[in-house]
Design a protein around this ligand. Sequence first.
Ligand SMILES: N[C@@H](CCC(=O)N[C@@H](CS)C(=O)NCC(=O)O)C(=O)O
Length: 200
Amino acid sequence: MITLYHRPRTRSSRFLWLLEELGAPYEIKLVSTRTRDGAGAADPTNPHPHGKVPAIKDSDDGTIVFESPAIVLYLTDKFPTAGIGPTVGDGQRGAYLSWLSYYTGVLEPAFMSKFMNVEVPVGTAGWVKVEEAMPFVINALGAHPYVLGDSFSGADILYSTTFAMFGASPMLPKSPVIEEYVKRCLARPAYARAQGREEG
Ligand SMILES: N[C@@H](CCC(=O)N[C@@H](CS)C(=O)NCC(=O)O)C(=O)O
């Protein structure tokens, strides 16, 4: 049994979707977190080191996993029959690891830098500007329906939800490729099922 530490309409929502895709046995533990307006507080029962969501606990051995790409990888490795996470030995494994890491190491910092109006120091930051990252992503998604090519994977859950969120803001340059990608991913039945579990 996987316990998902979740607060509705946050980064943990994506893991309802992933768990539904995987057909994994799971329970939701609703927790509070700090909020931008200062109203919220971290829940002491949340195992995330900074009281953030998502985090998961695996009841098989008590393993705790936090940070979104690590959770995607852990879960797709643990529930491989769904076929949405290339495992060790699969020719797509390297690409899968790269796209997962690129999400957290480059794309999210790029978006957050722009959102917070922080200049990205070229050559020294570990990430690049949105204006440099997005052509790379759009190029990949213009050639294939998903980041790994023809098959949907756990990585698409991170990318499509991020684009769905920023699509409504001037932060993301308008791109038919991205719009179609988001539609394609969010049309999956598991996404709809996850929305039904959003409140816990
Ligand atoms: N790098 C983390 C980010 C998690 C994160 O920042 N989650 C937000 C909700 S969307 C949160 O819990 N914020 C509360 C806080 O920062 O204390 C991940 O990708 O898993």
